[in-house]
Write a protein that binds this ligand. Structure first.
Ligand SMILES: [Fe+2]
Length: 274
């Protein structure tokens, strides 16, 4: 677990999952040091012990007030139960659908949940967090948000991209990734994580990018922090509908792939949940 300051009032808790043949997928959570501290997502289950150590080094459990879950995929809910158990004042922020999905696995008291829809804001004392639906998503419960005080945008999976090297996952800025590699990885991941992208009307999809273009956040958090780079990243996404659909390797191809794979390399060999 890598801990770093990534934006004003934001600490990133940086982890990754190695996906054979694709690379190292960043799995980031964030602590927003607002007057009412906010945890954004809770990491992957396999890293829970390290995640909790990192989290509680940044915020006292008694002070944590909000757990903003961008969506209930397992690489975002890894320590959710542990965090809610340790932080008695923390309320879970999700959507009606998010709560429904979570209820299949977890028992969470209704009064510990705050249901927030895209377009609505959450008051965290010294600022408001405005929820939105990112243009790419892999869950019907997905929301991102931006901090109305600093402009920092938390974009869930929207700009995800596997990195060729774990050091790039821990990079301080997205510019550390060679531009061509980033564009290829971002487009490829768009077809993996949001496979519907190859079947959408291109002009309608491009229109869905406009709100983020107008917002033009100074810092975009998803992969390594992107500063004043949202237009470039959106241009990459705009071409994603033309990318070839992702077809995962079948058993024979996977066997051939894994024959050249070194067990124990990196932080995980698990396929990402999304
Ligand atoms: Fe996801």
């Amino acid at each position: 677990m890598h801990i770093t300051s990534s934006a004003a009032d934001v600490t990133s808790l940086v982890d990754c999952a190695q996906i054979p043949g694709l690379g190292f997928l960043p799995i980031n959570a964030f602590v927003l040091h607002a007057e009412q501290p906010v945890l954004v997502d809770t990491g992957q289950p396999a890293s829970s012990a390290d995640f909790l150590d990192a989290l509680w080094s940044q915020v006292d459990p008694d002070d944590l007030r909000w757990v903003y879950l961008t969506h209930p995929d397992r690489d975002h809910t890894g320590s959710l139960a542990e965090v809610l158990a340790a932080a008695p004042s923390a309320r879970l922020v999700t959507t009606f659908l998010g709560m429904g999905i979570l209820s299949i696995e977890y028992e969470i008291a209704p009064d510990r949940v705050f249901r927030l829809n895209p377009g609505q804001s959450l008051d965290v004392g010294d600022r408001r967090l405005r929820a939105f639906r990112p243009p790419l998503y892999d869950s019907p419960a997905t929301t991102g948000f931006w901090d109305e005080r600093t402009g920092t945008c938390f974009s869930s999976d929207c700009f995800g991209a596997p990195m060729s090297d774990p050091d790039l996952v821990r990079a301080d800025d997205i510019t550390a990734v060679p531009a061509g590699d980033l564009e290829a990885a971002q487009r490829m991941w768009a077809t993996v994580d949001s496979p519907w992208i190859t079947g959408v009307d291109r002009s309608a999809f491009e229109a869905s990018l406009d709100p983020l273009r107008r917002l033009d956040p100074p810092v975009l958090l998803s992969t390594p922090p992107a500063r004043r780079a949202v237009h470039r990243l959106l241009d990459t996404l705009a071409a994603a509908p033309d990318a070839p659909p992702f077809i995962g390797p079948d058993q024979a191809a996977l066997d051939a792939l894994l024959s050249g794979f070194t067990p124990g390399q990196g932080e995980s060999q698990r396929a990402a949940a999304g």
